[in-house]
Design a protein around this ligand. Sequence first.
Ligand code: GCU
Length: 432
Amino acid sequence: MLKKLSVVMLGLTAVVFCGCRTERLTSAPGRIKNPVMHKNTDESLVKPYILPDVLLSRTGKKIENAFDWVHIRRPELLELYKKEMYGYLPLRPDRTEYEIISVKDDALNNTAVRKEIKLTFSMNGKKHSFVMLLYIPKNAVAPVPVFVGLNFKGNHTVTPEKDVLMTGRNVDGKLIEKRRSRHIKRFYIEETVKRGFATATVCYHDVYPDNKDENSWRKSVYNLFYADESNEKFHTHASAISAWAWGMSRMLDCLEGEKMIDCSNAFVHGLSRLGKAALWAGANDTRFKLVISNESGCCGAALARRDFGETLEIITHYFPHWFVSSFKKYVHRENELPFDQHCLAALIAPRYLAIGSAEEDLHADPKGEFLSGAHAGRVYKLFGVETYNENTPHPVGSHITGAVSYHIRSGVHDQNLADWEHYWKIADKIRK
Ligand code: GCU
């Protein structure tokens, strides 16, 4: 009986009780009073489930070739995801300006050219800006591929360099110097550049502040378009995840103007909530040739119907602004979703998709992440591309390569060297 009582208590202490075992929930948000929500982390308790057929359109048409996928099912799924889950991306502003605010020719011990570029979008008499930090290998003789990703705590947190501008205002509107270099091990900028890749990043709060206060969108890029709307109306059609995805596409627009960058090899990446945003960016913007989902978990790569790890109930409670308001209707009714996350993975086909998991990151459901990639394989097959399937062995430490790749490393929720080793390897194959 006790075993069946898998519940999560997300409160000050954030402890998960799984049968008679207790464990700490490393990525649980704190300081929220006591909701007790079901959360299963026992594989033996996963009940059988039926996934929506990725190759069956809503009108009942079987999708049997790449043409029908591209022209019927893909747009249909994209629209369903917008309407039901992530909302509609911001529109195209009237004007976009790029201002180079610094260039350093001898960055990272003279191995890179570093630029900081301010992107300003204007519309309806309003402006929204963010600063992109860019490193390009100095010894490049031809345009190089580029990794594009958002960061959590500011551009200054992902670089070892002391003179990079602080970005990423926190909830109180403050910039925090003491976070400088704290996340260098999430980006491995020096190593990325050494391997011949450029890398560009923006702080996600500067695109849409990640705050569940229902007014926070007014400080986001959406305010250029919808300032006259009520909060209630706004949240029916837009979300933070869509704004972040949009932001990565705007970074790519800007990178297209850089002569030493080869934007036909643009790789979008993200950890966790930013992995969800990377998947959504890759689904919408086919210029991204490789989409990297690093432990994106619930509402990212993980299948919702498995009921393992974070649930729709938990995620929509703590992070309602990541989705349209009506997404909540699927809480405890996951089987009624018109898609599951293998459909999101399939929206990347036939481009490259890399799914990364961590063994101890049960909150993100490593197996559910693996299975999304496996089930997306039917769509890749329409393009003549073979990928792994649900029976492909994937023990911890293994790397499945191919158009859909998968790796699972030991350890907890993070994006670290072991993950980057996999992504660099895939990126190297693609660039050849
Ligand atoms: C929370 C949330 C996850 C998310 C993660 C993160 O743990 O529940 O869905 O992926 O934060 O972004 O770090």
